[in-house]
Design a protein around this ligand. Structure first.
Ligand SMILES: C[S@@+](CC[C@H](N)C(=O)[O-])C[C@H]1O[C@@H](n2cnc3c(N)ncnc32)[C@H](O)[C@@H]1O
Length: 224
């Protein structure tokens, strides 16, 4: 956060918005550093309740909105828009396009979008596989005992992975599909270009560390 603030000259007259703010770690850090308007969006009631309590305890005036950020409307323009933890990668192509169009309309003329994506390097390390395990992922899927069948699929030219989980409990069986898009620099640039946005710089992370080929790539995006 400190790096984003200093690299982009944010101050008490700046406005920032965090898409998928979760428990509000980024929003809190920004507000503590004296940023004027700080907005956080999330559809998780639990996360936002926690974020709101933390902000209140620290006496930080942060604006939180609950709902699907794909439907969020705001006529203000922001100096910094963040979408961290590779959340863009969980969206399908039309959702990404919708979100990038929104970013474009909400970005100040000199504003930046900071986000992190999974890379083709990560994709190359993935393998197709199937496994069966009892209470897989340390009981993550249910408080009841269950069996979990996990199948992993790769879609090669598209750089998409799918992890499909079938969870079988005594009384019910249900499935979760976890799709992830991976990006090369060019693939991301092409998607951005459709919205008149462009990558200004690539980093290893959002602390400003230099880019080295790895599983994740942080990018700073601006108007084209
Ligand atoms: C991986 S977490 C990251 C949380 C936070 N940014 C952090 O770094 O601690 C993703 C967050 O995005 C939220 N989220 C995912 N899709 C969303 C959507 N379509 N609308 C609103 N929130 C969403 C989830 O509820 C979750 O809190």
């Amino acid at each position: 956060m400190n790096w984003l603030i200093s690299a982009f000259g944010l101050n008490q007259s700046s406005a920032t918005i965090d898409f998928g703010c979760g428990p509000g770690l980024y929003t809190q850090r920004l507000k503590k550093q004296g940023i004027g308007t700080v907005v956080g969006l999330d559809f998780s009631q639990n996360s936002l309740e926690y974020a709101g309590q933390q902000a209140e305890q620290a006496n930080l005036n942060i604006e939180f909105h609950r709902g699907n950020y794909l439907d969020y409307h705001d006529s203000r323009q922001f100096d910094l828009i963040t979408l961290v933890m590779c959340d863009l990668c969980a969206l399908n192509p039309s959702q990404r396009s919708r979100l990038l169009g929104k970013f474009k309309s909400m970005l100040n003329p000199n504003g930046v979008i900071a986000l992190v994506v999974y890379t083709s390097t990560r994709f190359e390390k993935q393998a197709e596989a199937i496994s069966l395990a009892r209470n897989a992922m340390n009981g993550f899927w249910s408080a009841q005992d269950y069996w979990c069948i996990q199948s992993s699929f790769l879609y090669s030219p598209e750089l998409v992975t799918l992890d499909k989980y079938v969870i079988c409990e005594e009384q019910r069986e249900w499935s979760v599909y976890n799709w992830l898009q991976h990006f090369t620099h060019d693939m991301l640039s092409n998607e951005l270009e459709l919205h008149d946005l462009a990558i200004q710089a690539t980093y290893g992370d959002l602390r400003g560390n230099p880019w080295v080929d790895g599983d994740e790539m942080a990018v700073v995006i601006g108007h084209k």
